[in-house]
Design a protein. Sequence first.
Length: 337
Amino acid sequence: MVVAILLAGCQPTANVQLEATPVPASSLLLKIGQNAEATLTPFQPIPPTATSGPTSTPLPTSTPTPLPTPTLANSVHLGLPRPAGQVNILILGSDYRPGRGYLTDVIMVLSLNPSKGTATLTSFPRDLYVTIPGIGLSRINAAQPYGGFNLSAATLKDNFDVTVDYYIMTSFNGFKNIINTLGGINVYAASDLYDTCDLPQAVDKHCYISAGAHTMDGATALWYVRSRYSTSDFDRTRRAQEVMSAIFQKTMSLDALNRGSELYNLFINSVETNLTLETIVNLLPFSSKILADPSIVKRYAIGPSNVTNYVVPNSGAMVLIPDASSISEIIRQAFYQ
């Protein structure tokens, strides 16, 4: 719920390749598609056909080239003063299941500056190979399991020069509970998705979402965000932002500005967070401004042109090496304007 109140109701995004060299802000933003009054339709699966979408065969991927072991030299250090009045919230989605550990497969930072009237949402791929303080080189999605919010915050600061003040994390069940308690959400999909699926509405163990507006319950939204066999992790980033936007819109439609305390108490058991009710209430007026003008929020993501595929020696793990040069420009525009 905390995420829902704070996230911006952006228009749907399209696929984007972020540039590898510094470019104007308009080129770094995730491109916003035009929502031409799309009519909401129920989620409907379709059977696999030769033309309906990708087959179950994985998409071809390039073979990673072995590289020298990365070091902290790959990190971003801008040396710029942090804007006054900025509040940065780390948003995490964990794959926790009872009896086993977890990783954070959704990693976003929501940056709000009510005094300046600006907001950004920036996504970090889960497979970024970074230096986790006190641990060493590892995927970024292991920072939270290793040391909680403090270690996640230190990892973002050391590798990307991003300071986070608060965090909110939810699990699969928490995510579904939030959406189902809201009565479902209306998601605008920028692109088709056709993938394996174990939902009740699946046909031949596949589900399909066409580009456009769809109503989703918690289980369907979770499948939509996590599906990966016919698409890439970069596409999952876009879909996660679409769902977060839909949660925000639905929550704000419940008069969140006047019911902040009630909604906080309703959803707090579905998340882990250090955000207090007082902090939430103080940010609600700015959230209302965002709802009235969604263009306030600028959406960014570290994309395929900002990383290099890398195979970790010995383990054979496939990870992503950050390109400090191109990512520096994304960070500058997302957090230091």
